[in-house]
Design a protein around this ligand. Structure first.
Ligand code: FDA
Length: 402
């Protein structure tokens, strides 16, 4: 029999987990392997939907260079204990145990060679070995704390449990089953929430700006995108709504309304110096053909037009003029109209305040037997496999004690 079924619920289990995503399934497997009876409930029609759609269908399941510096949280130390006890190396060993082929794409990001489903199958196999039961299409209506444990009423019946684990994730991509239910549970038990907002999300631009950029959607280039304290050297992509790509997604985690994003369009060159060098080497070269050495023709045309510059041989530019032009072309100060919001955001910043949670066990300090794991907590990773590593690590930490 499959470990996922819609049959009636057991009346009583040791551990009840709400949310069959990355963190919930890891927690179920870990607790079940300790001999605890485990039930995982999810309101969606199948488990691990975000895993399936992640990494462009190839799931960027961890990052070789994971460390606490790759996470945002009001308490930057909170994630350290769980990440140290279940590191990227533990998850990589699990992936290898199942013979799942993978590769490093860039910057330590590990992706499946084949498909994300390999990771869901791995988690389901671990849950099966741990005899953890899973029910999909099951919604929770009420949760009551009892003298010891919890009573949970659901659309498939009532269950009591000793430990209740909230693994309902963040608010991004509601069409995939994301809800704020975990935050409601936190509020019910008097826990504080760090305000949430979409992160790792494309920026939108105003209509007039988009009209000017109408030839650019689909064009990509390497940039350094900086916002506040964050600065990221990766690709940027022009879209029909604004800009996206890894550098921009990363910068979005530092952005709030009205803030400026500084984009260095040629991060590997100092354009003022480089243009002077090119003029010395080849004074007859036209500005546009020199710039085409670093940008596509479409981009060159657009950047020149944006700065009201016309192309002519480099020898016709004076020193000061060439320097000013280089500086203007190099830096684009963008004030986005907004972001695409939770509709396309990869993650949610903020969530359950970690002040009230044990960093070793993920148990609520003020409510015995209640645990929060994964993205529902105020721990958000950078782009690049860090968010899954947090789901594995926090799920494992709770799984060892529930
Ligand atoms: P997750 O969202 O995985 O699971 C929560 C579960 O709870 C879901 O199954 C949901 O249906 C269920 N649920 C919600 N409300 C409920 C309710 N009221 N009742 C019952 N069940 C409920 N990260 C990364 O490291 N590498 C990557 O490649 C990507 N790629 C990526 C692509 C896209 C498009 C998105 C949206 C996100 C990513 N991420 C990512 C982020 C990553 O998917 C995310 O951080 C983890 O899935 C979080 O794991 P959780 O288990 O906490 O939540």
């Amino acid at each position: 029999m499959s470990e996922v079924s819609n049959s009636q619920l057991p009346e009583c289990v040791d551990v009840l987990i709400i949310g069959a995503g990355a963190a919930g399934l890891m927690c179920a497997a870990t607790a079940g392997q300790r001999g605890r009876s485990v039930l995982v409930l999810d309101h969606a029609n199948k488990v691990g939907k975000k895993i399936l759609m992640s990494g462009g269908g190839r799931c960027n399941f961890t990052n070789l260079y994971t460390s606490a510096e790759n996470f945002y949280s009001r308490n930057p130390h909170f994630c350290k204990s769980a990440l140290a006890r279940y590191s990227q190396w533990e998850f990589i060993a699990l992936v290898e145990k199942y013979g799942i082929p993978y590769h490093e794409k860039t910057l330590g990001q590990l992706f499946c060679d084949n498909k994300s489903k390999d990771i869901v199958d791995l988690l389901l196999a671990e849950c099966r070995a741990a005899k953890a039961q899973i029910r999909t299409r099951c919604s929770v209506s009420t949760i009551k704390a009892q003298a010891a444990g919890y009573q949970v009423k659901t659309s498939l019946g009532t269950v009591t449990c000793e430990s209740l684990v909230v693994a309902t994730g963040g608010l991004s991509i509601p069409t995939m089953g994301a809800t704020g239910f975990g935050y409601e549970i936190a509020r019910q038990f008097g826990l504080d929430l760090v305000p949430t907002r979409p992160a790792l999300v494309p920026f939108t631009q105003h209509k007039r700006q988009l009209e000017r950029q109408s030839t650019l959607p689909g064009s990509a280039l390497e940039v350094s995108a900086s916002c506040g304290e964050g600065s990221f050297l990766e690709q940027m992509l022009f879209t029909h709504r604004g800009v996206s790509g890894p550098a921009v997604l990363q910068a979005s985690s530092h952005w709030s309304e009205g803030k400026e994003v500084v984009i260095n369009l040629a991060p590997n060159h100092s354009l003022p110096d480089w243009l002077q060098q090119r003029r010395q080497q080849n004074p007859e070269s036209h500005l546009h053909s020199v710039l085409a050495e670093i940008w596509s023709k479409k981009l060159v045309q657009y950047f020149l037009q944006r700065e009201n510059l016309s192309s002519r041989p480099l020898k016709q530019f004076g020193d000061g003029e060439l320097r000013d032009m280089g500086s203007k072309l190099q830096i684009w100060k963008l004030v986005p109209a907004g972001t695409e919001g939770y509709r396309t955001a990869e993650v949610t910043l903020g969530g359950v305040n970690t002040e009230q949670i044990s960093s070793r066990t993920m148990e609520c300090k003020t409510q015995a037997g209640l645990f929060f794991i994964g993205e529902v907590l105020d721990v958000t990773g950078w782009l690049g496999g860090f968010n899954f590593q947090w789901a594995w690590a926090s799920g494992h930490a709770a799984g060892e004690v529930v």
